[in-house]
Design a protein around this ligand. Structure first.
Ligand code: 5GP
Length: 220
């Protein structure tokens, strides 16, 4: 269970009181609690690196980092993969590419559908025949990941795995999309560790729950 669902955070988990940790002073009123401390994120990421090493064996890994939210998780995960390689004399070659997804509303207001566009590295033909690891900070409804997987599959990779630091517990959750789950969290809006709210909070190292004040302050 620990592998498929990750660390399960219950609905009633309030998080740690802010004064138990350090965090940027400018966010004092904007966050409610420290939901997942940075150290715990790192320890869990190291464990995921372990699983990945075992699954990829001697294959080189083509890492696809989903920006912007995934950049910290991706950097730390790849770092752990390298450290584990050094310590076990089992070096895996990693190549990292970055992609961004933008959703646009297409059509008129009453009949609009969401259209996902991939920007950044568009020509993914180097994935052909390779083992791919998609790295994403958070999987919510799974819509983004489904679209991305479909796109990646068109380049006929040998295998595709998905690492998601956070997976939200939502109705009809797409748990099976994510092969390596850091944490399964309740359906709450979280920020920090590169996850933003209108570009704020990326500079927070813990994963935190935003406060009402914070929501108001950074609203656009
Ligand atoms: P999905 O397509 O799975 O519903 O949404 C995934 C995207 O929504 C993520 O890539 C992320 O950008 C955004 N998202 C979903 N939940 C959260 C959240 O709690 N906090 C932040 N910062 N972004 C979220």
């Amino acid at each position: 269970a620990g592998m498929k669902r990750g660390i399960v955070i219950k609905d009633d988990w309030p998080g740690y009181s802010l004064d138990l940790f350090t965090y940027p002073e400018h966010y004092h009123d904007d966050i409610e609690s420290v939901y997942i401390p940075h150290g715990v994120i790192m320890n869990r990421t190291e464990r995921l690196a372990h699983y990945i090493m075992n699954d990829f064996q001697d294959d080189n890994i083509m890492v696809l980092c989903v920006l912007k939210g995934g950049y910290k998780f991706c950097a730390d995960l790849v770092e752990f993969i390298k450290i584990l390689g050094r310590n076990s004399n089992k070096y895996l070659e990693t190549r990292v590419e970055f992609i961004r997804l933008k959703s646009y509303l297409v059509g008129s207001n009453d009949q609009s559908t969401e259209d996902l566009h991939i920007i950044g590295c568009q020509d993914l033909s180097f994935l052909r025949g390779k083992s791919v690891l998609i790295v994403e900070a958070i999987v919510d409804t799974g819509k983004t990941m489904k679209a991305l997987l479909k796109h990646v599959e068109t380049f006929e990779p040998k295998m595709v795995k998905v690492a998601g630091l956070l997976v939200k517990r939502v109705p009809n959750m797409a748990e099976s999309l994510t092969d390596y789950v850091g944490f399964e969290i309740p359906n709450r809006f979280v920020v920090g560790y590169a996850l933003d709210y209108n570009e704020y909070f990326r500079d927070l190292n813990h994963i935190c729950v935003i406060s009402r004040t914070g929501k108001m302050k950074y609203k656009i």
